[in-house]
Design a binder for this molecule. Sequence first.
Ligand code: HEC
Length: 198
Amino acid sequence: MHFNPSKHTLALAAACSALVLAGCSPDTSSDKSDAEQAAFLNRSQQVTAQFQSELQTTLSTAIGDRGAVGAIGVCQSAAPAIAQALSEESGLSISRIARRNRNADGGLSPELEPLYAQLEAAPMDNGAPRKVHGSVDGAMVYLQAIPMKEQPCSVCHGTNIDPTISDAIAAAYPDDLATGFAPGELRGAFLVQDQAQP
Ligand code: HEC
């Protein structure tokens, strides 16, 4: 054997997923090379998967240890901290955004509106959260849908939230917009931005 087949397959899979992403690009204004863009999309997918898994672990541990009300406080400090740590580690800027946001820093900027609207129109793509990318002010951006789920999401973002929980949310987030979501709707999106100067 002159090559390691599993390594080869992995590299191929990574290259293919990047090509698929590049292929459905709504973006025409980026002047980045294809290779640069493919590398950015690969890294964006990786850092998003890591962010998602760390958030999930933190949330389910917090709910288990302290119940939903206690978990609100944990999310409030842990979610931005995880995002910051991963951003520093990766050199990319990763965050969560939403049209109807809870964290005041997570609103939708007008430049991201067209990409976000695509996720909103169809949060899922072949059984997986939809991914889109483009460029804002010459810098590459990647967005990945965060679809609303029944459990555990509806406890804190749903249409029928327990009053103790909604009181705790209102106390921590007086301008909260992130309730009233039904399963399958777009709750928000992961946003990855290339921090390198365009
Ligand atoms: C225990 C309550 C709770 C549960 C359960 C919960 N969230 Fe949240 N969610 C929060 C809080 C609190 C924030 C704000 C965190 C912050 O300050 O960054 C938040 C923020 C978010 C954001 C970031 C955008 C925004 O509005 O600020 C998204 C997206 C999100 N949640 C999606 C989900 C999804 C999807 C689920 C189910 C897998 C879920 N949440 C379950 C409490 C919860």
